[in-house]
Design a binder for this molecule. Structure first.
Ligand SMILES: Cc1ncc(COP(=O)(O)O)c(C=O)c1O
Length: 404
């Protein structure tokens, strides 16, 4: 019997970020010296108090399924957190806990989109957004932002992108891949546009909210709580609490949307991991100040990496206020030739050559819909960062312009 891979599976693009980190691992396994700044996860251990809570849950016999939408005790903590941090009053029926924020976003799309619905996605975007919209039979509509605007969508750009078919807009602040954060004023301007379009849902991915180094990264719904009647907050534990492997995230939305999502979840995965949910309770019971050492470490690494990038000829780099990524502009280097004769036309060429020949792992802006950028993660040790930047410096130094 011939096997079949569905059109749906075939039409999905594989994650470009995973592709580059997989190639980096392959080269390392072959014995090559590789320094990878491709990680999308903190290089820290989960705080001990969280680990202890999980061990306690196992020993106490919490081995079964939980409620489909998550343990009430965890949803209570999430509601209290949403009140404290976002200033919103939400009921437990508005919260659905999932196996990671990624699943929360994917299920949110499935729960809210009909075929042909347009969803506005500012570029550079997190790799999974367009595919998740497509998987839900929606149409991603890209709004290209620029280095000069710190990769933030303006109110005018948003207004211009909205059509009669627009059903949603995705905001990610602090952003993966750029680390940009919308300010209070910028969100007010976006909110004003959105108020005039009541059919547009707003998906706000706030997963990096605790990794902010300069100023604040408020939620759109803190600035404009009236818009939460068609809002979906996406959040989770992966980044702020160094819990990527625990697979725990959630969405908070109007009860009807939460109910739709819960139905999808009930048929697809039942409920998130019980052990991880107990860990999540401990995470939200922890004082936020316990996360400070990790945040400060990321902050000082950011300063170091930005300083070195700024000193490299042909590279422009802004200082990202949040997350753990820098997204320098390499447009000046495109069109150059390596010292072994290969032409670099795209950010993908740039990263592929740097990986294969300099042993340096980065992710091309092409993966995020921005051809002029590259993403470097500073979720790496000081030594790794120094070595990676020296390799980048040497690689860039070896590029010559074809006219010279
Ligand atoms: C912007 C953004 N949203 C969501 C996620 C998914 O996080 P989780 O580990 O909770 O699925 C990631 C992870 O890389 C991310 O960068």
């Amino acid at each position: 019997m011939a096997i079949q891979v569905s059109n749906r599976a075939q039409s999905l693009a594989p994650s470009q970020t995973l592709k580059f980190s997989a190639r980096a691992k392959e080269l390392a396994a072959e014995g090559k010296s590789i320094v990878a700044l491709t990680a999308g996860e903190p290089d820290f251990s989960t705080p001990n108090v969280i680990c202890e809570a999980a061990i306690k849950a196992i020993k106490a016999g919490h081995h079964g399924y939980t409620m489909n939408t998550g343990l009430p005790a965890l949803r209570e903590r999430i509601a209290a957190k949403i009140k404290r941090d976002q200033g919103l009053d939400v009921g437990l029926d508005q919260i659905v806990v999932s196996n990671g924020a990624k699943q929360s976003i994917g299920f949110s799309m499935l729960a809210t989109l009909n075929p042909g619905d347009e969803v506005i996605i500012p570029t550079p975007y997190w790799v999974s957004y367009p595919e998740m919209v497509r998987f839900a039979e929606g149409a991603p509509i890209f709004v290209r932002t620029s280095y000069e605007s710190a990769f933030k969508m303006s109110a005018a750009q948003l207004e211009q992108a909205i059509t009669a078919k627009t059903r949603g807009v995705i905001l990610c602040s602090p952003s993966n891949p750029t680390g940009s954060c919308y300010t209070h004023e910028e969100l007010l301007e976006l909110a004003e546009v959105l108020r005039a379009h009541p059919d547009v849902m707003i998906y706000s991915d706030e997963i990096y909210e605790y990794l902010v180094y300069d100023g604040e990264a408020p939620s759109l719904f803190t600035v404009a709580p009236d818009l939460f009647d068609r809002g979906v907050i996406i959040n989770g534990f992966s980044k702020g609490f160094a819990m990527t492997g625990w697979r725990l995230g959630y969405m908070v939305a109007p009860a009807e949307i939460a109910k739709g999502l819960a139905k999808i979840q009930s048929q697809e995965t039942s409920a998130p991991s019980t052990i991880s949910q107990y860990a999540g309770i401990a995470a939200y019971d922890m004082p936020l100040s316990d996360l400070e050492p990790m945040r400060q470490t990321f902050g000082s690494r950011r300063d170091r990496i930005v300083k070195r990038l700024k000193a490299m000829p042909g590279i422009k780099c802004q200082t990202p206020p949040g997350a753990f990524y820098v997204f320098p502009d390499i447009s000046e280097l495109l069109g150059r030739v390596t010292d072994y004769g290969v032409s670099i036309h795209t950010s993908t060429d740039f990263c592929m050559e740097a990986l294969e020949h300099a042993g340096l792992g980065m992710v091309p802006g092409d993966a995020f819909g921005e051809p002029n950028g590259i993403r470097l993660s500073f979720a790496a040790s000081d030594d790794q960062l120094e070595e990676a930047l020296s390799r980048l410096d040497a690689f860039v130094g070896g590029l010559t312009s074809t006219s010279s």
